[in-house]
Design a protein around this ligand. Structure first.
Ligand code: UDP
Length: 483
């Protein structure tokens, strides 16, 4: 894997290591001293790292120096890493230590240890002649913005969820949407279509189930007051009304889709993958896909975190065997034991089960005709950007809201309905997949998918809405002032 930028390694002398990602467009060569330097601070999850790496590459391509920071303990021997930085500490500097801590413990410790190690890193780099201009923080780590502010640097909050989801959490943050929302309510929020309870992020509906998580979600806006810029990995036109409403309270700039350039505008010639994968992709599926006819394969994946019930896995397995189509199913190794006994053998010839794949490559393959997805925002945006119709089977977090948009706003797929036990049965799954792949509306769904694909590409291509927002950010950094 190669990033579309030149690499310069800078190892500091503490246990911090850093990597500076640079590019040198011709026009900047004469003005080296003016080249701004950004520290990028993602929350250490795959779905947060991916878009922030891509944003970094866009900035680097336009001449910004990037230092990309992740906690040391995140990277294990199975991490497929493309020279991306290991720079800070979340208090658990080995994978074993991290594994022993609960998500809540890690979150708290990341704030303390992260604040300290990030400050130290910024100082080290400054002493080494690489002073920082701006800290771009995942909105999940508002403390990073406080670090930026304390050091007199620009701070930017980066949201990895949609603007529509931001509207929901912002209303919770402001106390305008009372939680938990009752079962029968229809929620009407500015900039959004009417939402049923089942369309809302799970943490708003069932805030007790994951203590502290709703606070984290709504708390994303805490950092905004300390930030000079607010970025969202979305496309302006995809959620125009939500974007316009958010703009009344903060200067939101859409910069998406933050996915590798070679799947979109192709301006970053070597940018073919994200560059940091916490799971090892198994590329055997590409050969397998090669043998299938166009739009004939069902691709199934629930991202990096979802832990489906055993019963749900069985229903999926039954559905996939009933449908007269080939399927490619990503089942992470931690989930394999939930598959029906001998399923992998029974399915062979019809289906391929993998522990991880290069999802973008799969989605971009002409053999793929439908994506059965949990509707994590990255997966949704990837499918949208590649024009792949979806069947949404949301699991938690913002996924239900994304599924609602896929079905009712973007009309490029359907959402499968769970039964009273919360499980999506095999009959429902079969009917949804058939609806999307060969039903009466299949053609219309595919056409819509192609329309969004063009829109997504146009936004990030030269002069598009996201490209202009990135340019504007860079000119502000160069000018040293927030407009
Ligand atoms: N992904 C991948 N290979 C897989 C499954 C997922 O590369 O086999 C990537 C996918 O392309 C996406 C990310 O992992 O960029 C998952 O992010 P998402 O927001 O969809 O879901 P999360 O993992 O955060 O639930």
């Amino acid at each position: 894997m190669t990033l579309p930028i030149t690499h310069t390694h800078t190892h500091t002398h503490t246990h911090d290591h850093s990597l500076i990602l640079k590019s040198k467009p011709k026009e900047m060569d004469q003005k080296k001293e003016q080249k701004p330097h950004c520290l990028i601070l993602p929350y250490p999850l795959q779905g947060h790292i991916n878009p922030m790496i891509q944003f970094s590459k866009r900035l680097a391509h336009k001449g910004i120096t990037i230092t990309f920071a992740v906690p040391q303990g995140l990277l294990t021997s199975s991490t497929a890493v493309d020279d991306i930085a290991v720079v800070i500490s979340d208090g658990y500097d080995s994978a074993a230590a991290r594994a022993g801590a609960s998500p809540q413990e890690r979150l708290l410790s990341f704030k303390t240890a992260g604040t300290e190690s990030t400050s130290r890193l910024i100082e080290k780099l400054r002493e080494g002649g690489r002073a920082m201009d701006c800290v771009v923080c995942d909105a999940f780590v508002p403390w990073g913005l406080a670090v930026a502010k304390g050091k007199g640097l620009f701070g930017a909050a980066f949201f990895t969820q949609t603007s529509s989801v931001n509207v929901i959490y912002y209303n919770v943050f402001k106390g305008l949407l009372k939680v938990p929302v009752s079962e029968k309510e229809i929620v009407q929020l500015p900039g959004l279509p009417p939402l049923e309870v089942s369309d809302l992020p799970s943490f708003v509906v069932d805030s007790e189930k994951y203590p502290g998580v709703l606070e984290l979600m709504a708390g994303q806006f805490e950092g905004v007051k300390d930030s000079d810029f607010v970025f969202v990995n979305s496309v302006y036109k995809l959620e125009e009304e939500a974007n316009n409403w958010m703009k009344k309270s903060m200067s939101v700039k859409t910069i998406g889709p933050a996915i590798p350039s070679m799947y979109l505008d192709k301006r970053l010639q070597q940018d073919t993958n994200y560059g940091l994968s916490l799971f090892k992709p198994d590329d055997t599926c590409m050969k397998w896909l090669q043998q299938r006819s166009p739009k004939s394969v069902i691709y199934v994946s629930f991202g990096s975190m979802a832990k489906l019930d055993k019963h749900q896995m069985e229903e999926l397995a039954t559905a996939l065997m009933l449908i007269d189509k080939h399927f490619l199913w990503v089942v992470r190794s931690s989930e394999v034991s939930k598959l029906p006994e001998n399923f992998t053998d029974e399915a062979s010839g019809k289906g391929l089960i993998l522990s991880w794949c290069s999802q973008l490559e799969v989605l971009a393959h002409e053999a793929v005709g439908c994506f059965v997805t949990h509707c994590g925002w990255n997966s949704t945006l990837e499918a949208l950007s590649l024009g792949v119709p979806m069947v949404g089977v949301p699991w938690w977090s913002d996924q239900a809201t994304n599924a609602k948009f896929v079905m009712d706003v973007w009309k490029m797929g359907v959402r499968a309905c769970p039964n009273e036990e919360g499980v999506v049965g095999h009959e429902e799954l079969v009917s949804c997949v058939k609806h999307v792949m060969e039903g009466e509306r299949a053609e219309e769904i595919r056409e819509n998918a192609m329309k969004w694909k063009e829109l997504a590409k146009g936004a990030i291509d030269e002069g598009g809405s996201s490209d202009r927002n990135i340019e504007e950010f860079i000119s502000t950094l160069l000018g040293g002032q927030v407009s």
